[in-house]
Ligand binder design. Structure first.
Ligand code: 5RP
Length: 233
């Protein structure tokens, strides 16, 4: 089975299991999360899902909602009022404790705000994303105020990490986030404790947010190459 089919299976399984009429839904970013967005759009078009209010985490997701007619709101709007029923998002890697690394698409700041303001956090992944240790093979994205770049790199070194500025493709210079910051992709030289490291990185002045998600126990939908989807709560 192609990886793209697995992603679609995971997205659909999460929507079928958890999204109900009238819900306020946070929508993540990336090729897996977008399958859930499209499926919600399809169910709404077919009249099988009603009164969904969405909060998006990137322009990519917002444009997909526009395409499907899914109404979107700011998290601050009266309609949403700062709290969501559920967020569905992808991840770059997940360990056995369901801690995960996100931010491969650079949308980690809004993704974390939306995830942590949701009653239910659902992660949709294919089986290639399961790992034993986070931070060793896929970098932890860290959003940093540009002026603090060198200072933060030195602080990360003391945490056994090496931060590398993420550069743009088809544009000279760094990736600039929706909030005007740069991203330091950081690999660690030794295994980390995600819950501790999430806190430690965020204590460095100049760090806006990091892509370790260890404080919100997710429901994980793992799509397997044999066509099944395993649900881990
Ligand atoms: C974006 C993310 C994505 O969810 C993560 O990168 C996974 O993407 P994909 O589903 O395309 O593999 O965190 O910031």
């Amino acid at each position: 089975m192609e990886q793209s089919e697995m992603k679609e299976n995971a997205g659909k399984a999460a929507v079928d299991a958890l999204v109900r009429n009238g819900m306020k839904v946070g929508l993540g970013t990336g090729s897996t999360a977008i399958t859930a967005v499209r499926y919600i759009g399809l169910l709404m078009e077919q009249g099988k899902l009603k009164d969904i209010s969405a909060v998006t985490t990137s322009l990519q997701t917002e444009m997909e909602c526009e395409k499907w007619g899914i109404p979107t709101y700011s998290l601050n709007s009266r309609q949403i009022s700062g709290s969501l029923d559920i967020t569905i998002d992808g991840a770059d890697q997940i360990d056995d404790h369901h801690f995960c690394v996100k931010g491969g698409g650079g949308a980690l700041l809004l993704e974390k705000i939306v995830a942590y303001s949701s009653a239910i956090f659902a992660l949709v992944i294919d089986e290639t994303k399961l790992v034993e240790h986070l931070g060793l093979t896929f970098p932890v994205a860290i959003e940093v105020v540009p002026e603090a770049r060198v200072f933060v790199c030195k602080a990360l070194d003391r945490l056994h990490g090496e931060g590398i500025v993420r550069f743009a493709v088809r544009k000279a210079g760094p990736v600039i986030t929706e909030h005007g910051n740069i991203i330091l992709d950081t690999l660690f030289r030794q295994p980390i404790y995600p819950a501790v490291m999430e806190e430690e990185i965020n204590h460095i002045p100049g760090v806006v947010e990091n892509g370790l998600f260890a404080k919100k126990g997710p429901h994980v939908f793992v799509a397997r190459s044999n066509g099944t989807v395993e649900v881990r709560d």
